[in-house]
Ligand binder design. Structure first.
Ligand code: EPZ
Length: 425
């Protein structure tokens, strides 16, 4: 909910102790919407994306498309994009800083315009975010990339040509960038050790509907047959599996129930088993998922974040809140990002007992958290602090909610409708 712009920093305030009950339709996936918007650059004519979440990261991506000369019109959760009038191939520093995942535009701009100038997306709140895998993959397709004065100058003097690309790590962004660059390249590209996240399948699903020939998306080996022209289409963004996990965690830590609609449970299997381990009962039918929390959560025992289909790193923070109030000790190992435990210190301010040592966090569950002022320092950690604030006794203030607005659509409104005491000042 947009608040009056007083210029003062906003704060989310919660009063804990109210079990959540009710139903919620899960938003469209942020991490699918962003690469889909980049993919629209490759297509002639109009692309209409349905179930687009209203998020600041999506707004940032729309600003980038408009700056490149594309026409973008948003009507609620439907976004229409036409790249026929694209007239630029550069993204300025300020826009890259605003959202480091703008790097996913590189492959599409290069494929469409034959050149691209992007400023180096700096690190982010999760630690250094290198793009070496993106660049080496694009170079395999014939891109020439110079890094100078913090800028990437990319050209494809002889056009992009299909090739065999083996990723050293199944990077989601590098996989997306390569698929976007290969879709209209000359010849066939074989990508091995590709990321298998569902968002990759969503991207390939859209591109194939635009006329592309991509096989194996969602598996480790993806084959992309380059075709010269793609035509825009109408497409619905997949449900956001991390937003789903976050709302489930909120119901779990408040001892409530929640009926999620428009959720794809097959995207959440390792997360669902973690919830069941804590004593939550889950009922899944079609695109609906019902969760009932136990009186007191059991510990989560062991969480190791891994590339898909392993436990998703984005769900680590919300699930850590469950462990913080679980009846026992849990051990988390964060294998994907270097510093993705910033929320642990903030949870300890709420009375949690979490010890972090490098990639490992040991969480000794406590009977209850108690409210205090805490600060969001990145998107999922911030959402975890809100989740904790719903369970903590008394009042919790969460500063820097702008981080949370990047990935959660109407968060306070949705939680209020489920019975939470939450508002923004
Ligand atoms: C995507 O980030 C998501 N973002 C992240 O979600 C998610 O956490 C991540 O995938 C893993 O699932 C979007 O889709 C917009 P990676 P991405 O490339 O593509 C290292 C959220 O909260 N790496 O798979 O950046 C990297 O440093 C966000 O919604 C290299 O070393 O993730 C990291 O340690 C946070 N070199 C690891 O790989 C590279 O060239 C995974 O990164 C690229 C990545």
């Amino acid at each position: 909910m947009a608040s009056m712009d007083t210029g003062r920093p906003e704060t989310i305030v919660t009063r804990g102790g109210y079990p959540l009950h009710g139903e919620l339709t899960v938003q469209g996936a942020k991490n699918s919407t962003l690469p889909l918007l980049a993919a629209a650059l490759l297509c002639r004519g109009e692309t209409v994306l349905h179930n687009c979440p209203q998020l600041s990261d999506v707004d940032a991506a729309v600003r980038i498309l408009r700056r490149l000369g594309c026409r973008c019109v948003r009507r609620g959760n439907t976004l229409s994009v036409c790249a026929d009038t694209m007239c630029r191939c550069d993204i300025p520093h300020a826009m890259m800083r605003e959202m480091r995942s703008s790097i996913v535009f590189l492959g599409a701009i290069l494929a469409r315009a034959g050149e691209a100038v992007l400023s180096f997306p700096g690190g982010c709140e999760l630690g250094p975010r290198p793009i070496d895998l993106h660049l080496s993959a694009l170079r395999r397709l014939g891109a020439e990339i110079r890094e100078e004065h913090g800028c990437l100058f990319c050209t494809a003097p002889k056009g992009l040509r299909g090739s065999h690309v083996a990723l050293a790590f199944p990077s989601v962004g590098a996989t997306e960038n390569l698929i976007l660059a290969a879709a209209t390249a000359e010849g066939t590209t074989i990508l091995t050790n590709a990321a298998r996240e569902p968002e990759i399948e969503d991207l390939a699903g859209y591109l194939n509907q635009c006329g592309a020939r991509i096989r194996g998306a969602g598996e480790s080996c993806v084959i992309i047959e380059g075709l010269p022209t793609l035509t825009g289409t109408e497409y619905t963004v997949m449900p956001d599996r991390i937003a789903a996990a976050t709302y489930m965690a909120a119901a779990a830590v408040t001892g409530g129930t929640i009926l999620l609609k428009n959720v794809n449970s097959s995207h959440l299997l390792p997360v669902l088993s973690a919830f069941e381990e804590t004593g939550c009962s889950l009922l899944q039918s079609g695109t609906e998922l019902f969760l009932r929390a136990p009186e007191r959560l059991l510990p989560v025992r062991h969480v190791r974040t891994m590339p898909y289909p392993g436990f998703p790193t984005d769900a680590q923070a919300p699930v850590m809140v469950m462990a913080a109030v679980g009846n026992g000790t849990s051990i988390f190992v964060e294998n994907i990002f270097e510093s993705r435990y910033k929320h642990a210190g903030e949870l300890n301010r709420l009375g949690a007992k979490i010890k972090v040592e490098g990639k490992v966090a040991v969480i000794e569950g406590v009977p209850a958290l108690s409210g205090a002022p805490v600060s969001a320092q990145e998107l999922r950690g911030g959402a975890a602090l809100v989740t904790a604030g719903l369970a903590a006794q008394g009042e919790t203030q969460i500063l820097n909610p702008a981080y949370i607005d990047r990935g959660y659509e109407h968060l306070e409104e949705n939680l209020r409708r489920l019975g939470a005491e939450i508002y923004r000042i």
